[in-house]
Ligand binder design. Structure first.
Ligand code: ADP
Ligand code: MG
Length: 602
């Protein structure tokens, strides 16, 4: 307001000087030190470099300097100066070129922006016959301080120091040295993956942090960055979808993360972040993964450049896809199909195998619990009661009755039951000479779950009870149940309100078979009206899971050998035999060498 008062006669609008304009632009392009690394490395890649070296130096306060050295095409003396001018680029000429961009850069603002807020020293020499001298340019806060000839190798070296020296506000926003380094490393991991044809070397304070070799095999690069333990858990993906070609790798369900940060997406050789693609990949796992876990994936998409808008983000982190929904949907289906055709039985962690992120790996933690021999194990041989055997028989028959079932082509090995342990686990051997342990409840739950889904797709999912079952509920529970009635009907439960807080259950799902014990209905309703802790799945899915869980053979039920064999046989009809509907494993595998390792026979 004070400004307005002082000058009310002439115009108050003024055209900003170029230095201010550049600093403002830099605010968008250079958010943090990792942005500088990104722009410099992308320029080196665009220059056709075969090898790129990144040198970082830190001080107590943060990142002190960033240097990127490449053996790319280099620049002439004139270009070396022009490169620092805003909107100066050699990569596009006209707006139409944006739809055919094959380079990572095209906006012509990175070097100008970086130089506006730091001190940049660039040395370069054109890769061309007869050129012997190179050029050095020093720019500080957007001002050219020095240009001269210099003897340097072919290629370009850019050194950035004193980042944000003239934009103190931005400097204050920088996080700790380690946070900034973490951002830089994670960015570089993505870039290394997107360009396996280039060898990268990353050095921090003189220590080599990562080195990748040029390799046509992306798996080599993945192994370099994430280790061979990760590589062992990957399944290849190679697909031609209507609007995109996808290649890469996805993790088995035994290897997961708590967030999607390790779903790496590369679109047309550009490492990008895409919540849509991340979501589509996760969705493809369906119930194979718990809902709060994410796979690791390396997805390389090749999409017609006309369908990709690269000019939607100043730092080019995001792209816009014009067939985004279609691509996401087909990716989900594709991931699902790939998983269905793989043997997903997790192995056991032997003492010789170590993993850097052990606590982060769901099934390994589960496996540890299962085989903690310090806790006293329940007796291995128990007696089954006559009534128990009959109930189990009925439950098994129910999941055998569904008509039109054909064994599915999953990678489940041929299994031969050798016994049951603790009334919980079925022990079996595979045709490939391994020992597997099967969670009988989880397995039956999986089979039932798939049958509920299949049966509710048709009209005959419901069976009428000869005598309707009466349910009394508290006022609160009755209110919850009332809301659920519309979702219960398609699942086969016909429930009607019958006076105050009382309900009449007229029909139940066919898949539950003939119930001798009506308390099962009571248990299911208890599950339904009790608060869902994370509330992430819809009512329909919840109901399906509850029917599967309550209808399945319980843990602690002693089964005969024949019953165990029948249950294992039924698993052949499941699309996803390897996990229960909550994403926990149904089968764990011990190879001969796993056991040898445990007994220190190696
Ligand atoms: P953009 O990459 O969008 O074109 P930049 O400001 O990043 O814009 O770079 C400007 C120009 O400088 C580039 O178009 C390129 O011609 C040249 N350039 C920058 N870095 C390099 C490099 N490492 N090797 C060769 N040329 C480079
Ligand atoms: Mg650039």
């Amino acid at each position: 307001m004070a400004v307005m008062k002082e000058k009310n006669t002439d115009s108050t609008i003024r055209i900003l000087d170029q230095a201010t304009v550049n600093q403002i632009a830099a605010g968008e392009v250079v958010e943090r030190p990792a942005s500088v690394v990104k722009e410099l490395v992308e320029n080196a890649i665009d220059a056709g470099a075969h090898s790129i070296r990144i040198d970082l130096a830190t001080s107590a306060e943060g990142i002190r300097s960033i240097q990127v050295i490449d053996d790319g095409c280099g620049m002439s003396p004139a270009d070396a100066l022009l490169a620092f001018t805003p909107h100066a680029t050699s990569k596009i000429h006209r707006i139409e070129d944006l739809y055919h961009v094959h380079t990572l850069g095209f906006r012509g603002e990175a070097l100008a922006s970086i130089a506006a807020i730091s001190r940049v020293t660039l040395t370069t020499r054109l890769r061309a016959p007869g050129i012997i001298a190179g050029t050095k340019v020093v720019v500080e806060g957007g001002k050219i301080l020095q240009t001269c000839d210099i003897g340097v190798p072919e290629g370009t070296r850019v050194l950035v120091q004193d980042l944000f020296f003239n934009t103190p506000a931005r400097k204050k926003f920088q996080k700790s040295k380690n946070t900034e380094l973490a951002h830089i490393y994670s960015l570089l991991e993505g870039i290394c993956l997107a360009h396996p044809e280039i060898s990268f070397r990353i050095v921090t304070n003189g220590n080599q942090k990562l080195m990748t070799e040029k390799s046509p095999r992306i798996l080599d690069t993945i192994a370099r960055i994430y280790g061979s333990d990760t590589v062992k858990e990957l399944i290849p993906v190679n697909l031609v979808l209507p609007f995109a070609k996808i290649s890469g790798y996805i993790s088995r369900p035994s290897l997961t993360r708590k967030d999607p940060s390790q779903i790496m997406v590369v679109i047309n050789r550009r490492y990008v972040s895409s919540t849509i693609i991340n979501g589509a990949a996760k969705q493809g796992y369906g119930t194979v993964l718990p809902k709060d876990r994410f796979p690791i994936a390396f997805l390389f998409l090749t999409i017609d450049t006309e369908l990709v808008d690269v000019n939607v983000h100043p730092a080019k982190k995001l792209v816009r896809l014009s067939k985004e929904k279609e691509i996401a949907l087909s990716l989900t289906e594709a991931v699902n199909t790939v998983l269905l055709h793989h043997d997903l039985i997790p192995g056991i962690q032997t003492p010789s195998r170590s993993h850097p992120n052990k606590s982060d790996i769901e099934t390994e933690a589960d496996a540890d619990q299962l085989y903690d021999f310090r806790t006293p194990a329940p007796s291995g041989v128990s007696e089954t009661t006559h009534a128990g055997t009959l109930t189990t028989d009925r439950q098994l028959r129910q999941t055998e009755l569904v008509t039109g079932m054909v064994p599915l082509e999953t990678k489940l090995p041929v299994l031969e039951v050798i016994g049951q342990f603790g009334g919980i686990y079925i022990l079996a051997t595979t045709d490939t000479g391994e020992l597997v342990v099967i969670d009988q409840h989880a397995v039956h739950e999986r089979i039932l779950y798939e049958q509920v889904i299949a049966s509710t797709a048709g009209d005959h999912c419901s069976q009428e009870l000869i005598v309707p079952f009466i349910l009394h509920r508290s006022m609160h529970e009755a209110a919850v149940l009332r809301d659920l009635l519309p979702a219960l009907a398609p699942a086969g439960f016909i429930v009607e309100e019958f006076g105050k807080d009382t309900f009449l259950v007229r029909s139940i799902p066919v898949v539950l078979g003939k119930l001798e014990n009506m308390s099962l209905i009571d248990e299911m309703v208890n599950d339904l009206v009790s608060e869902e802790p994370s509330g992430a799945v819809n009512n329909r899915e919840r109901i399906t899971r509850i029917i599967a869980c309550r209808g399945a053979i319980k843990a602690g039920t002693v089964c005969t050998m024949e019953q165990c064999q029948r249950l294992v046989q039924q698993l052949r009809y499941a699309k996803n035999p390897f996990t229960c509907p909550h994403g926990r494993p149904t089968i764990v595998r011990f190879t001969r060498s796993d056991l040898d390792g445990m007994f220190k026979r190696i």
